[in-house]
Ligand binder design. Structure first.
Ligand code: ADP
Ligand code: MG
Length: 625
């Protein structure tokens, strides 16, 4: 034993060193000049609330605890004489060992991310503090020292005090505390005296902790400082938009308001309240309080599960919110909630409300719905592909770009409204991006008829089409199919109007293409289905359709597309001239190769577009001769 330890061994408990990353965090917080330091109170109240929630849950099944009958609450008291502030809860409490473990290392994932970000950015650290939620340690922004005295709910538990004055070490020693719970005492820094003023404390509670589900009192008064409403248990008519927005923001810590919300109060077949939100975007910010997908599940106002995933199908897991039911049996364990009949009813109700919320958003607010669609389209497309019961429910939510309106989002109903009188099918084109899709040779023929075409350029669209094969009375048809069903051929405008290659030159040209391209194509033939394009590639009969090819391509990197048929346009000037070029002219090969590779390119199948440059230069050269 060294000398210092010996002198202090009877009076003082031995100091315990913080872990390195905790020390770093404390160092930053102690010296921070962050202006919105008041958020430390939000963090401490949130911890108190967590401790009460855990107590509440324990009490469902266990009354053999210290102080089983006290009313759960949080109390803030301040002493201007000594410049101290106390945050006390009668929650689950901590033993000495728990204090060493929980207050000695960084538990809060926000804090860990904060340190990460602090390392990575030269950005003003104080800005970062506000964005992360640094947990318990945020108290050190305003504290000379922090003392935590706690008594665990376990009957035989000993109270203890955790004490920390600086960035390096803390102590833990036995203490006297009659009541259950935790008391955090802060000796405020000289420049943090504002936090002894009760009106200031009330103000902070209202801004940051209004929806904490336990009463918060300030001073010795009995007037509650927070609204503490279970907002979801109020009558929807009486709740204002801004209350929902605030509730969402306190629930998630998102900076932005949600894109939409829905409020349910249901009595049969099960009793339930719920509020659902569509977050502004699918990515949970690092700053979000919600660490996982899932809804907060309450049974009779007691939080049963923080992230419950079984009330919504997989593809709606982006939805945030709260569900509360009187009918969930109170003796449940968190694990066994899933299986009951009640849960099946709840799932059905919540899911259909979620879908309605999206439909309503689509009807009420085009601009917001576009934002929604751009953020979440993949979820819904996935939903159509995997939903076993009534995927049609989701069809009205789908949006597409079309050849008519490539810049806007059209619903299937919008598409149907823009169909031509003789049009029997909904046409679509698969592609890799909208811009090149618009140049696809497959559009030539439908353009002649003036038919609109859906542009499906999202990789998951292929999955969507496996399910979505018909909408209302209209089957969906891929315009890239060689034998696309179209009204009477005789009506095809442009039929005989333009000169074409005659039978003999056509045959001759086909042979030239075949011998040049060899194995690379399964066949070469003429088609009347092209207008502005000289050629296109289509699937040979019996090949897996294009949607399936794309699905395979997505599922398997090694996938090689099946060889295609090259179709030529006998009226195209390039082919007409090529037809009259002598066989021995070396430009034959150049042009045939280029036409073929152009067709590959436009199908999104070209393995190496840059390799065409040399040939294109030769073609330019000969054009300039
Ligand atoms: P987080 O709340 O995200 O877990 P914090 O840094 O805010 O991270 O708190 C660290 C841990 O300290 C908590 O997880 C909890 O175990 C414990 N703790 C903090 N405050 C209390 C309290 N008032 N009552 C009981 N335990 C607490
Ligand atoms: Mg916390």
């Amino acid at each position: 034993m060294d000398a210092t330890a010996q002198t202090s061994s009877t009076e003082q408990p031995p100091p315990i060193a913080f872990k390195a990353e905790t020390r770093q965090l404390l160092d930053i917080l102690i010296h921070s000049l962050y202006t919105e330091r008041e958020i430390f109170l939000r963090e401490l109240i949130s911890n108190a609330s967590d401790a009460l929630t855990r107590m509440d849950f324990e009490l469902l099944t266990n009354r053999e605890v210290h102080d089983p009958d006290v009313k759960l609450e949080i109390r803030l008291t301040a002493d201007p004489e000594t410049n101290t502030l106390t945050i006390q809860d009668n929650g689950i409490g901590m033993t000495a060992e728990e204090m060493v473990a929980d207050l000695g290392t960084i538990a809060h994932s926000g804090a860990r991310e904060f340190i990460q970000a602090a390392h990575e950015s030269g950005q003003n650290l104080s800005d970062l503090i506000g964005q992360f939620g640094v947990g318990f340690y945020s108290a050190f922004m305003v504290a000379e020292w922090v003392k935590v005295t706690s008594r665990s709910y376990r009957k035989d538990a000993q109270a203890a005090t955790w004490h920390c004055t600086g960035a390096d070490t803390f102590t833990v020693e036995p203490a006297e505390m009659a009541e259950r719970g935790t008391r955090v005492t802060i000796q405020l820094k000289e420049d943090a005296k504002e936090f002894v003023q009760e009106h200031r404390l009330r103000e902070i509670v209202r801004v940051h902790s209004d929806f904490i589900p336990f009463p918060i009192y300030v001073g010795s008064g009995e007037q509650q400082a927070n609204r503490q409403t279970a907002l979801w248990r109020q009558t929807p008519r009486e709740v204002e938009q801004k209350d929902y927005d605030e509730f969402y923001q306190q629930l998630t810590l998102d900076f932005e308001a949600p894109l939409a919300h829905a409020h349910m109060a249901v009595d049969a077949p099960v009793q339930m309240y719920a509020i659902l939100f569509v977050p502004p975007g699918p990515e949970r910010g690092m700053f979000s309080l919600r660490k996982q997908d899932g809804l907060k599940l309450y049974a009779r106002k007691v939080l049963i599960q923080e992230y419950h995933r079984d009330l919504l199908p997989e593809y709606l897991q982006f939805i945030q919110g709260v569900v509360d039911s009187e009918d969930i049996p109170l003796n449940v364990s968190r694990e066994s909630v899933q299986a009951t009949r009640v849960m099946a009813h709840l799932k059905k109700l919540v899911t259909s409300k979620a879908v309605d919320m999206l439909k309503k958003l689509a009807e009420d607010d085009l601009e917001r719905y576009s934002r929604f669609w751009e953020a979440y389209s993949r979820y819904l497309k996935q939903g159509v592909a995997i939903e076993q019961s009534e995927p049609e429910q989701l069809y009205p939510l789908l949006r597409f770009h079309t050849t008519e309106q490539p810049e806007r989002w059209s619903s299937l109903d919008d598409y149907v409204a823009s169909m031509k009188p003789d049009q029997k099918h909904i046409y679509y084109l698969l592609g890799d991006d909208d811009r090149s899709a618009l140049h696809s040779p497959h559009l030539d023929v439908v353009r002649r008829y003036g038919y609109p075409v859906l542009l499906l350029t999202d990789p998951v669209d292929a999955f969507l089409l496996v399910r979505l094969t018909q909408y209302k009375d209209y089957p969906l048809s891929n315009v890239a199919t060689a034998e696309l069903a179209l009204p009477n051929k005789a009506q095809e405008p442009g039929g005989d109007a333009q000169p074409a290659l005659d039978e003999v030159s056509s045959q001759d040209l086909i042979e030239r293409f075949k011998s040049r391209l060899g194995e690379r194509v399964t066949d070469v033939r003429m088609t009347e289905r092209l207008a502005d394009s000289p050629a296109r590639l289509v699937d040979p009969e019996g090949a897996p359709n294009q949607e399936m090819q794309r699905v395979y391509r997505l599922l398997n990197r090694e996938f090689e597309p099946p060889k295609k048929v090259l179709e030529l346009n006998p009226r195209h000037p390039i082919l007409m001239r090529l037809g009259s070029l002598p066989v021995e002219d070396e430009r034959n090969a150049l042009v045939i190769e280029q036409i073929y590779e152009d067709a590959l390119l436009i199908e999104g199948l070209h393995p190496d577009p840059a390799s065409m440059i040399l040939r294109i230069q030769k073609i330019i050269e000969s054009a300039l001769e």
